[in-house]
Design a protein around this ligand. Sequence first.
Ligand code: FMN
Length: 327
Amino acid sequence: MQRGIEFLGCDYAIMGGAMSWVSERNLVSAISNAGGFGVIACGAMTPDLLDTEIAETKKRTSRPFGVNLITMHPQLSELIDTCVKHDVGHIVLAGGLPPGWAIDKIKESGAKLMAFAPALALAKKLMRSKVDVLVIEGMEAGGHIGPVSTSVLAQEILPHVASDMPVFIAGGIGRGEAIAAYLEMGAVGVQLGTRFVCAEESIAHANFKKAFIRASARDAVLSIQIDPRLPVIPVRALKNAEVERFAAKQREVADLLDKGSIEMAEAQLQIEHYWAGALRRAVIDGDIESGSVMAGQSVGMVKKEEPVADIIAELVDEAAAALESRG
Ligand SMILES: Cc1cc2nc3c(=O)[nH]c(=O)nc-3n(C[C@H](O)[C@H](O)[C@H](O)COP(=O)(O)O)c2cc1C
């Protein structure tokens, strides 16, 4: 973990993966204050909203934290400016391969840059760019995901990349033993989302937290693409009536594509706006039936609401015990 700790500037190389609506000032500062590394989820925020969120987070912690930006956000450049204005030390670019201009802009600002590598070829490509650190996220994770599992991506990518570039592993990590295993394979740290949702400091609605505590791994299912002409990134969430709404939304957007009223990029943006709204309904309003309860398969290991510090301490103790038991 040492390389990960040095890169992040915290006590444990455990990142709180950015979760739209959930990873805001309270949870992010709590994770950083507990020795982990909190990351603000910018999601669909405007630059002004992000500006406030960073300022409020800074009021709650003096420890380092990062900001996660989605590459397809139409105001990506202004969002980077906002991070630079606040001297944010670490920026995570999510939602597709980061464009060259964004990589240059972030690196010129002096911030450290993290990006997701969904396959070995892309990991190698990112190694040749100015990206500092890679995150490998498998399909066990909650939210938007790729098609391959964490364990396969780790085996495919780590042996070829880990000696040259620090790599964090995300997706399906619920206990410290798994953290130990990925560290042994060459990762420098991990990123967890699902395990932090029910933290006491998380502002997620009580209904959202209850749904997590009740759920088992098999309840966290993938969204279904209903029209082959409209490729949508799969989303993992607890199964509920929202599935129907998403089908209707896809039909509506596919129809607009057919009529030529929108281009593919706009179609995909509309789908992303749909998700932002559906997740907000569940996280903030507590509508866990028609909202999207995004959750990873590790949801079965979320048993109660507890302080972030306890979650991190438990993960660290389990990882340490696992490593000690191997001598
Ligand atoms: C409710 C929820 C919302 C998420 N939103 C985002 C997001 O806005 N941006 C992002 O890069 N990842 C997002 N993720 C993924 C997390 O950052 C993290 O990588 C993932 O949760 C790790 O896998 P795990 O859930 O198995 O721990 C989200 C995950 C969840 C559960």
